[in-house]
Write a protein that binds this ligand. Structure first.
Ligand code: ADP
Length: 205
């Protein structure tokens, strides 16, 4: 954990509690952290869950890997240090959204276990749901949604996860989605069912 550069900082608390936000919004804020290889289905599942939640009156928001690299993290590449900083910043943003009562769906390869565990620790128990979006490298490569595997195999993309950079699968994720076997609807449905069963979704005050 990095310490702030300035020592002259005080935490300014607000008047609104998490419980009050939850009552108003009809949901408890949480971060659903999707991790998996490129092409495993993270973005598809994240935007699918977001759509169904919003349609049913909930407040949900997707933080997507490529999107965040257009702005907040545009100065970061794919070296191990930059990947770690990418996930650290996203974790901090997810924490703010979660505190605001939003159901956050993050779609990042996030290949390093220690980086994901750091976000888990940052958010705390009940605020972080790790979802392993599981599909074999062969499946992801045959989908090749963005044509990246072909480029990586041709040596045009260095440090590509699964080909020339590691992916460390979660050891104890809250949920595993086998997208090699499931339909998109089934995977999306599993996430929604989890949120319902664990009591994250109530109805607005
Ligand atoms: P990622 O965000 O992990 O890089 P994408 O969501 O962009 O992956 O692409 C996943 C591809 O796999 C999409 O073309 C999607 O339609 C397909 N797919 C097949 N089955 C599933 C499933 N169960 N869940 C998610 N995506 C699936």
């Amino acid at each position: 954990m990095q310490t702030p550069k300035s020592r002259h900082l005080t935490w300014q608390p607000g008047h609104v509690t998490r419980a009050e936000r939850a009552r108003t919004l009809g949901q408890r804020g949480v971060t659903v952290w999707l991790t998996g290889l490129s092409g495993s289905g993270k973005s598809t599942i994240a935007i699918g869950v977001e759509k169904l939640l919003v349609e049913s009156g909930h407040t949900a928001y997707v933080l997507d890997g490529d999107n965040v690299r257009h702005g907040l993290n545009k100065n970061l590449g794919f070296s191990p240090a930059d990947r770690t900083e990418n996930i650290r910043r996203v974790g901090e943003v997810a924490k703010l959204f979660t505190d605001a009562g939003v159901i956050v769906l993050t779609s990042f390869i996030s290949p390093y276990r220690t980086d994901r565990d750091a976000v888990r620790a940052l958010l705390g128990p009940g605020d972080f749901i790790e979802v392993y979006v599981s599909a074999s490298l062969e499946t992801c490569e045959s989908r090749d949604v963005k044509g990246l595997y072909q480029k990586a195999r041709a040596g045009q993309i260095p440090e590509f996860t699964g080909i020339s950079a590691p992916y460390e699968a979660p050891e104890q994720p809250e949920l595993v989605l086998d997208t090699g076997r499931q339909t998109v609807e089934e995977s999306v449905g599993e996430v929604l069912r989890y949120l319902e069963e664990k009591g994250y979704l109530t109805s607005p005050a």
